[in-house]
Design a protein around this ligand. Sequence first.
Ligand SMILES: NC(=O)CC[C@H](N)C(=O)O
Length: 316
Amino acid sequence: MFRNCAIAAAAKMHDYLNQLVEAYAPAARQGRVATYIPELAKVDPDGIGICVRTAEGLYCAGDAETKFTIQSVSKPMALILALMDWGPDKIFEKVGKEPTGDPFNSMIRLETHEKHKPFNPMINAGAISIAAMIKGDSTAHKIERLLGFVRKIAHNPNIEIDQRVYLSEKETGHRNRSIAHFLRAMKNFDQDPDEVLEVYFSQCSISLNCSDLSNMAMVLALDGKCYVTGEQLFPVEYAKIAKAYMVTCGMYDGSGEFAIHVGLPAKSGVGGGIMAVSPGQMGIGVYGPALDPKGNSVVGIKMLKALSDTYNLNIF
Ligand SMILES: NC(=O)CC[C@H](N)C(=O)O
């Protein structure tokens, strides 16, 4: 009897996700794919996918298998690894705890902040500062550690870096280069800025799909615990720090609006992915590369809002 109920609930979730994809697919036309990284301009703007991971299983619809680059969704993962490497006190010496209300790649507050410290690790400046904190014997080793960490949290050993996107961003990332050099000039870190950027560009170019995002989100939903083995993959405290940043800064300068209308810790990336967490119960990954002017997936936000309303997920 109970098993039948579970099967019926699973079928319902599948149907529901299919309906979401069908209902919101046309909305992709309201957005535009990112073009400032030339390789990203080549993706199909109509892509749309969603995966939900619960204790019962994985439910997917649409382009759930389509690979895309993680981009800024890597930022909470890099932060957690840096927290594991250094502990919170050292990390908070380098990055602040406040949202900016400015675009993700803005530098304006770096110059005006008295300590020239990035406001938070979810904007590019803060993420570059965090990239400099990842421990390793060489740049390649740091990248390997970060990739290994993402593979572990996503429960997928086959995740790789998309070399074409990496090179594309490396060639054109002048703004990030200026942020990195400014941080170096202000002694936020003392490594070669180009080596730090190699770590940052590589982490942004990690290629995965919606189900990988939902798996990572589920680990965050369980405060660092693996939903398969029960192993604590990182400390509860660091999961809470990452989720707090995701609520306040995860959707860039759209974080307040997202908190009001969707009400979930989430992190978006200009590749079109959003990783959203329903604490204690669900990990959600959505994909739609057509972005709004703030760099967030148009269909991704719409599907998350609908899912949050339907399943009463709003944490507030
Ligand atoms: N918002 C994003 O996803 C930005 C990541 C991108 N790699 C950049 O640095 O511009």
